[in-house]
Design a protein around this ligand. Sequence first.
Ligand SMILES: Nc1ncnc2c1ncn2[C@@H]1O[C@H](COP(=O)(O)OP(=O)(O)OP(=O)(O)O)[C@@H](O)[C@H]1O
Length: 591
Amino acid sequence: MTAPANTRGTDSKTGPLAQFTAAGVLDDGDCLVATRIARLVGEEDDAAVLALALAVRAAREGSGALHLDSVARLTPHPTGHDPDDNGQQDADPAAEPATLADVIELPEPQAWLQAVAASRLAARGVLHIEFDLVQLDRYRADERLIAGWLDSRSPDQLKSIEATVLEDAISAGWLNDAQVTAVRAVAARPTTVLTGGPGTGKTWTVAAILRALRFQDGRAPRVALAAPTGKAAARMNETLEAELADGSFDPATTIHRLLGSIPRSGTRFRHDARNPLPHDVVIVDEASMVGLGLMARLLDALSPATRLLLVGDPDQLASVEAGTVLADLVRGLGPRGDVVELSENRRSVPAIQDLAGAIRSGDPDAVLDILEAGHPEIGFTETDEPALGHMATVTDQARHLRALALEGDIDGAIVRLGRARLLCGRRSGPHGIRRWNRLVEQSLAEDAPEVAYQPYYLGRPIIITRNDHGLGLANGDTGVLVRGPQGPLAAIQTGQGVRTLSPWRLADVETMHAMTVHKAQGSEADDVTVVAPAIGSRLLTRELLYTATTRARRRLTIIGSRDAIRVAVMTPIERSSALTERLLERCSSGP
Ligand SMILES: Nc1ncnc2c1ncn2[C@@H]1O[C@H](COP(=O)(O)OP(=O)(O)OP(=O)(O)O)[C@@H](O)[C@H]1O
């Protein structure tokens, strides 16, 4: 393959940009940004402009870096649509999906990389080439900040933790060996990453750490508890209630609030290197949902004396923002001994744990064997045309919720809400939540016609979609509409308990007979039904299936074809970054 001829790549209507747009790989926004910047710096090399547009696209898709040799493996979507969007199934689901290399003549990656390295875009610092990756300046800067910060830390700068208090907390904590290692690591190290799947005792370990900190002599250390979302912060407060009860520690908050958001600035905060946070210890839960930019801003705002504990599950879906920071840190800091992994799951039933393990290890045969073994806790409905008839628990749940709501039973309805959940990859299309919400409502309307036309019908499960500090509601809080003395009441489970209020006060709210897997992150239900995305969907990934599976405590039903399951298990989300390499490079060149 050769580098593309110079066909006026700075014009998005012709040349390689047009070809990539027609193949559904680039969108107009990618091309517009690339052509504008190219014009600004006077770049005329098609190959470099194409790399810039693809780096912009990569960031949009969650990568802070671009491997030019991965471009050939991209899947073209000539209509610009995902199969789940346009309602079409692949004609032959077993057929190998075409790659971009099948439809476009691509530059040879090494020559392309050299062309980018020699380009004006590189000379002017728009693009950088390191570790054979192309990076936009912003993501490289964030990665360098994170790696540099982690590298500069020394245990000598930390306030020491009294050994006897630490040992007391450990012996009184009923901790397993890995949990003890984690507590000791936090005491001894400036940075610790605590990983593990759901129910492996991460919060239990954090509680032991807080107890060790509370009984320190002299000034109690100042601890910040934080999470990427309001919902996750509220959950932290709930699960650490006993440790927070005496007021020794401030309740958890969002990372944005901790750093001090500046209105209308998503990238600047009141706390930064010049005005660092005053805390001795910062503990971040659900760290897999923290993107590159936010992690860089957080570390930038920590003083050298601050201990940092990042807690999360690197195998779950990563942040919406670009980056796979937690997974990168696990790989990059592992050799330094900064990572502790917990693996003993105490929450889900063994069959679901085994299934999650097989998905995580990328073994489709093992996954299908478990799905088809007839475990009472696992159902597998093999079809690529899911229908409501496949989801008895979902319609059952809707009817129970409605009955409890009609009785005005707030507690009963809230408990019921956590019993069963229908999860989908996306919002739209035949496999998306909108369709299932509509179908469940149609089914309810057979007995209760008002469900079809009343927005606030009794028994409507809801999810809050935006933080509302005035009402004390967090994005992701869930609830149900129940009969109240003067009309319908919204009963919502918040971090501070159940709140009831008039549904008319709710601004950002959606129906939740079905929920996206992204939104379900950090929450669980006893009985989970998962509709697998269609073959060809970009959402059909290992992380999506793992995250959905690990939401189930007692029973799981997966609805999808064997091929779709196979594709999901074999398709880890490819997000490129150079953060791991940066950390490993520093580790190997260290003292
Ligand atoms: N060492 C232990 N001894 C007894 N019970 C434990 C221990 N560790 C964890 N548990 C229990 O196991 C369950 C899961 O623990 P925990 O909530 O800490 O897990 P987690 O990893 O934080 O889960 P998630 O990621 O879903 O929040 C809890 O009921 C907890 O009380």
